[in-house]
Design a protein around this ligand. Structure first.
Ligand code: HXC
Length: 261
């Protein structure tokens, strides 16, 4: 129970991988704040997090709007004090070939994923515990695998990796660690609903993973906890794939999987 009474803030923490991470910290006794654009998602997440006695609060905000984030962080700190763990995972994705993607479609994903990640880190910075805070940004294998029909996501996630490394250098002297997780195919997520919409395409994904299965949200939560724990106290600036070895197959793995969509 290393995270008992620690303050955890999860941007995008009401659904999918981010909710899985929020839940795993709550199960360790942490105080968990989640942030989402949609109030109904916040209500559902808080009900689930509190069901077993966990302490949880929620904020409705768009990561593209830094002013609304500043208000959320001020609210957390007023209630619980400095933030020990920041998870930045709000993201948007859809499958679209570059030749058909509109400039606004490209910009929308850059704004949510990359600008949003910067905004979350930037707005949180004054409220992070110094020394001792740990940040985990959610990247993706698209950040280093050129991926057809994902040009917007490839650009955004590559940017997330670089702001992770740069912030690790700048904020290390204040005792803040900054790392990223790059999840591969994770079961029961909005992302995989979009990237593997049929049983045949889901099977193609499974066959492209060396461990021959999708990952779970619990597994992502455990890796996030390890990165934020004392066991990883000397780890910063790392982008850690959590993908069953899937990205070892290079872009051929992604191309193979998306061809079946
Ligand atoms: C082509 C599309 C499109 C599609 C939207 N656009 N969907 N273009 N194909 N399927 C274009 C629109 O036409 C518009 O451009 C622009 O994108 C903005 O669309 P809006 O719907 O107005 O934007 P918004 O309401 O902000 O919605 C953002 C969104 C949406 C990303 C488009 O899907 C969303 O909010 N998703 C959130 C949930 C989500 O995506 N989760 C999955 C994350 S998974 P024009 O030019 O028409 O104005 C993930 C992990 C990936 O990120 C890695 C897995 C291995």
């Amino acid at each position: 129970m290393e995270f008992r009474d620690k303050v955890i803030f999860v941007a995008g923490g009401t659904t999918g991988i981010n909710f899985g991470i929020a839940k795993s910290f709550a199960e360790q006794g942490a105080k968990v704040a989640v942030l989402s654009r949609k109030q109904e998602n916040i209500d559902a997440a808080l009900a689930a997090l509190r069901a077993k006695g966990g302490q949880a609060i929620g904020f409705a905000a768009d990561v593209r709007q830094i002013d609304s984030l500043a208000a959320a962080f001020a609210g957390v700190v007023a209630k619980w004090g400095a933030i020990d763990v920041l998870i930045s995972g709000a993201a948007g994705n859809f499958v679209a070939p570059a030749s058909e993607l509109s400039a606004n479609g490209f910009k929308t994903v850059i704004d949510i994923d990359l600008l949003g990640c910067f905004n979350v880190m930037r707005a949180a910075y004054p409220h992070l515990r110094k020394p001792g805070a740990a940040i985990v940004n959610i990247s993706a294998p698209q950040s280093w695998l050129p991926t057809p029909s994902q040009i917007h996501v490839c650009a955004a996630k590559a940017g997330i990796d670089q702001i992770t490394r740069t912030a690790a250098m700048e904020w290390g002297p204040q005792g803040i660690r900054v790392n990223a997780i790059a999840p591969g195919p994770i079961a029961d997520t909005e992302g995989m609903k979009r990237l593997a919409p049929t049983p045949a395409s889901a099977q193609a994904w499974v066959e492209s993973v060396p461990l021959r299965r999708f990952g779970t949200k619990d597994e992502l939560g455990r890796v996030a906890q390890w990165l934020c724990s004392d066991a990883a106290a000397y780890v910063t600036g790392v982008v850690l794939p959590v993908d069953g070895g899937w990205s070892l197959g290079g872009s051929s793995a992604m191309t193979h999987a998306l061809t079946a969509v």
